[in-house]
Design a protein around this ligand. Structure first.
Ligand code: SF4
Ligand code: SF4
Ligand code: F3S
Length: 266
């Protein structure tokens, strides 16, 4: 309570804005507490009142004032083809904005599959050359928080950890916070007993689906996906993809969009 609030600058490249949507639903801690009491969210397209020139002026003011001390949060990624012209932000290619804002950042958070890995806009043949943030910004500590979108509480908790301890949380080999990406969906899935018993859904809406059997034969990627969905869930733990009847598509794993996750049976 006695420390000045840490400035956070949040920029958006090629994305769908559902990382922002997820973040504002954070319940533990509440996103409003993060935004109003813990950080100074100096630039964020979805939440800020300013727009246009006023917003860009606020961005420049914050960069100048907090050089070396702000956290940069990136939602989406920069497309590099055609000199970055496939994503324009404030009249310039987003890749230019990203490099400019990252230059004086203390650390970078890559929100979601887009910023961490590329996501569907990087699907083969990737005509825009959508490129994950860590391949463009190579001289800053980067924490990847993948998922499409990431779980709201994972997002708010990552920020809370960084503010509380003034360091990045422990990361795994891929640069993800180990405390949230250390286990597979399959390890804690409530349908796991059916997997172990050999009880599988064989086709959509069959009797086994109504009984809540395992979705492995319907293509569930839970056994190879590291994320906290089966423990934390979405919307204050109300549900997650498997609980709503569809297998995990591995949305927090690199390359999931090109690896047969969509409606393929094993
Ligand atoms: Fe949207 Fe997914 Fe990209 Fe987040 S990671 S901006 S949810 S497409
Ligand atoms: Fe594993 Fe998926 Fe079956 Fe759950 S539904 S037990 S994650 S294969
Ligand atoms: Fe994504 Fe699988 Fe979780 S599809 S939201 S990692 S259950």
């Amino acid at each position: 309570e006695t420390k000045p609030r840490t400035p956070v600058i949040w920029v958006n490249g090629l994305e769908c804005t559902c990382c922002s949507e997820s973040f504002i639903r954070g319940a533990h801690p509440l996103a409003k507490d993060v935004v109003l009491s813990m950080i100074s969210l100096d630039y964020q397209h979805v939440l800020m009142a300013a727009a246009g020139h006023a917003a860009e002026a606020a961005l420049e003011e914050s960069i100048e004032k907090y050089k070396g001390n702000y956290i940069l949060a990136v939602e989406g990624n920069p497309p590099l083809n055609e000199d970055g012209m496939f994503c324009i932000s404030a009249g310039k290619p987003f890749v230019e904005k990203l490099r400019h804002v990252a230059k004086d950042a203390k650390a970078v958070i890559s929100w979601g599959a887009c910023a961490s890995y590329g996501c569907v806009q990087a699907a083969a043949p990737n005509p825009t050359q959508a490129t994950p943030v860590h391949k463009v910004i190579t001289d800053k500590p980067i924490i990847k928080v993948p998922g499409c979108p990431p779980i709201a509480e994972v997002m708010t908790s990552v920020i809370t950890y960084m503010l509380t301890f003034d360091r990045l949380p422990e990361l795994d080999r891929q640069g993800r916070p180990a405390m949230f990406y250390g286990q597979r969906i399959h390890d804690k899935c409530y349908r796991r007993a059916h997997f172990d018993a050999g009880q599988f859904v064989e086709s959509w809406d069959d009797d086994n689906a109504r009984k809540g059997y395992c979705l492995y034969k319907m293509g569930c990627k839970g056994p190879t996906t590291y994320n906290a969905c089966s423990t934390i869930g979405f919307n204050e733990g109300v549900s997650f993809p498997i609980q709503s009847g569809h297998g995990c598509i591995g949305c927090s794993e690199d390359g999931f969009w090109d690896q047969g996750s969509f409606y393929n049976r094993v």
